[in-house]
Design a protein around this ligand. Structure first.
Ligand code: F6R
Length: 612
């Protein structure tokens, strides 16, 4: 969602801000703006892309060595020039960028209006900006920093903010609660950003702020304290991210690059965790909590979107092999539905970004209720990973395409390793099967490669179905989550309405949709459900639906029955999701490109949903 970048130092700030905003584009946004100080404060902002902002400021004065930039994903107030950030306070003393939602903004706003403060925008952010100015002007000897802390103590909600005060131009003030913010440390310069991507080309030394931290940065140094003014010790993290990771290279889109990276990213996920002789699995981040996992009455896996689909694979596998009851919950439901939780429960949050607001809040709630909480995150140092008692990083590398691809296969890889390790420690899996599943997992990267080389064929099939209005995706067992994920990929980037269903549910409703126009994508690899899914295919065929099936190589029977097939190599059913999703990712990608959609930044979507 919204992206923040800020800088104070000796460099010309404009290229840092614009370059940073370009790197933040992947998060999803509808308007962009910058504020630069050089004797006076200049604020430029507009609806649209960062390139629109660049055009807008082309003939303007952008000199200065301190400033902030923002990409806005609208929550309060429509996307337009006025509501774009940065926001200035009524008397122009403060300028501020904000990521998050201020829940009690209406109440504060009406109080401030009664005090004569005039608002220019419909945003919650302007309320915070004016509240800061109100405290600054009202008290005697109130510094900008004190005014910020006073205002934040009145705020209910989530924020990551950067604030500048015209009368104290030698500093930037940053704070976070619920929305991520990182401080990058340079030589005589500091960077502020909502994640590492916009500043990594300048520094790899970062401080991840914790909730209620306030950072005051100037050319001369950094002070970190709480909103209550207590000093905070900080930890500098070295971020392992290269510029190449943030660029498309020879690929047309980040999504395509990330799909093609999967042989490597899946291997990166299990590297060092599968023993060299493939006889065992070691999950270092879980060693301390493993006894709790083994003794758990129940494991609850929470997540949103694609991460929720990966959780479903985890549920099926842990229950089948480790025989521990598992529930999978949407984090957004779980946090509000008053679940029953106790000390014998283990809650695992799956999140690529590690910042999804609902997942983070659900996890905190589970912690308060006494459960052991674990994380499966991709972004190192993210809020969820720092909140948990233990966890596993997926090591998929930065994912920039809004549609999650390599993060999904990495999450599923972790679920498979976790299920197998639990099963082994519980003694619920035969040693031979344990060993052979590990070997199967080790073979996945090679098999994924063999699917990727067939991309021209997948593109041809995409051409046939690109004008579809609806699509139905069906799967059973381990391939049911793949059907859900395939449908999600298609709808989010091509805007074709797509439904994922458990194939057995088809006769309970979705079959009514089947006609000559409906593409029905059936994930039908050879497993114990095969005969049943073949019957489902017959049922669709009898109603003249167009069937595109993901089948196991050499399945001539389904090849004859279906209109089109994507073949995947033979594998154990529990491993098959890692293979079956690949052609479906490519299918959605090509359809979206053929329809002229913005694949990496689909409309209305944000990469990391940091507000609920
Ligand atoms: C879909 C997609 C989203 C995310 C969801 C959770 O392609 O990317 O559905 O999976 O927003 O995000 P994380 O995993 O960051 O918690």
């Amino acid at each position: 969602m919204c992206g923040i970048v800020g800088y104070i130092g000796d460099k010309n700030v404009y290229p840092i801000l614009i370059g940073g905003l370009q790197r933040l584009e992947y998060r999803g946004y509808d308007s962009a703006g910058i504020a630069i100080f050089n004797e006076d404060l200049k604020v430029y902002k507009c609806k649209g892309k960062v390139s629109d902002l660049e055009n807008y400021v082309a003939s303007k004065d952008v000199h200065g060595t301190v400033g902030m930039g923002h990409t806005r994903w609208a929550t309060h107030g429509e996307p337009n020039d006025t509501n774009a950030h940065p926001h200035t306070s009524m008397n122009g003393n403060f300028v501020l960028v904000h990521n998050g939602i201020i829940e009690n903004y209406a109440e504060i706003k009406s109080d401030l209006i009664k005090k004569g403060i005039v608002f220019k925008t419909e945003t919650d952010t302007e309320v915070l900006c004016n509240l800061i100015e109100f405290y600054y002007e009202k008290g005697e000897n109130v510094s900008a920093e004190l005014a910020v802390r006073m205002a934040l103590s009145k705020i209910v909600g989530a924020y990551g903010i950067v604030v500048f005060c015209k009368n104290e131009p030698d500093k930037l003030i940053a704070a976070r609660k619920g929305s991520p913010l990182v401080v990058g440390i340079g030589r005589g310069e500091y960077f502020l950003a909502s994640d590492a991507t916009p500043i990594v080309e300048y520094t790899d030394s970062m401080i991840y702020l914790n909730d209620e931290d306030v950072a005051i940065v100037s050319k001369d140094g950094l002070t970190l304290k709480t909103i209550q003014n207590d000093p905070v010790a900080f930890k500098v993290t070295k971020v392992d991210l290269s510029i190449g990771d943030l660029e498309k290279g020879n690929f047309e889109h980040f999504m395509l690059k990330e799909i093609f990276e999967q042989p490597k990213t899946i291997a990166d996920t299990f590297r060092g965790r599968i023993k060299a002789d493939q006889s065992d699995i070691v999950l270092g981040g879980l060693i301390d909590v493993f006894p709790k996992l083994l003794a758990a009455d129940r494991i609850i896996i929470i997540g949103c979107g694609t991460s929720w689909h990966a959780a479903l694979v985890g549920e099926y596998m842990i229950e089948e092999y480790a025989r521990i009851p598992v529930e999978v919950e949407y984090a957004s439901e779980f946090r509000y539905r008053k679940p029953i939780l106790g000390e014998k429960d283990v809650v695992i949050a799956i999140s690529q970004s590690g910042e999804t607001a609902d997942t983070l809040a659900a996890l905190k709630m589970a912690k308060e209720m006494g459960a052991t909480i674990l994380g499966v995150c991709n972004v190192v140092g993210s809020s969820i990973s720092r909140e948990t008692d233990g966890g596993v990083y997926t090591h998929a590398g930065v994912e920039i395409g809004v549609a999650s691809t390599k993060a999904f296969t990495a999450q599923v890889t972790v679920m498979i390793m976790l299920a197998l390790k639990l099963a082994k420690e519980k003694g619920t899996i035969a040693p031979e099967l344990y060993g052979s599943l590990i070997r199967d997992l080790a073979e996945v990267p090679g098999k994924v490669k063999s699917i990727l080389v067939k991309h021209p064929h997948i593109k041809e099939i995409a051409e046939k179905y690109k004008d579809a209005v609806n699509a139905l995706y069906l799967g059973r067992g381990y391939l049911f989550p793949v059907a859900l994920e395939g449908a999600l990929k298609l709808k989010e980037i091509s805007y074709i309405h797509a439904e994922g269903y458990a194939a057995g549910e088809m006769k309970h409703g979705p079959i009514a949709l089947v006609d000559t126009n409906l593409p029905v994508v059936v994930v039908a690899a050879k497993d114990s459900y095969y005969e049943k899914i073949v019957s489902n295919i017959q049922e669709v065929k009898a109603r003249k639906g167009n069937i595109i099936a993901v089948v196991t190589e050499g399945d001539s029977h389904l090849k004859e029955m279906c209109n089109d097939v994507f073949e995947i190599p033979k594998s154990h059913p529990a491993i098959a999701p890692l293979l079956a999703i690949i052609p479906l990712q490519l299918f959605s990608y090509y359809i979206a490109v053929l329809r002229g959609c913005n694949v990496d930044q689909p409309r209305n979507l944000a990469k990391s949903v940091t507000v609920e």
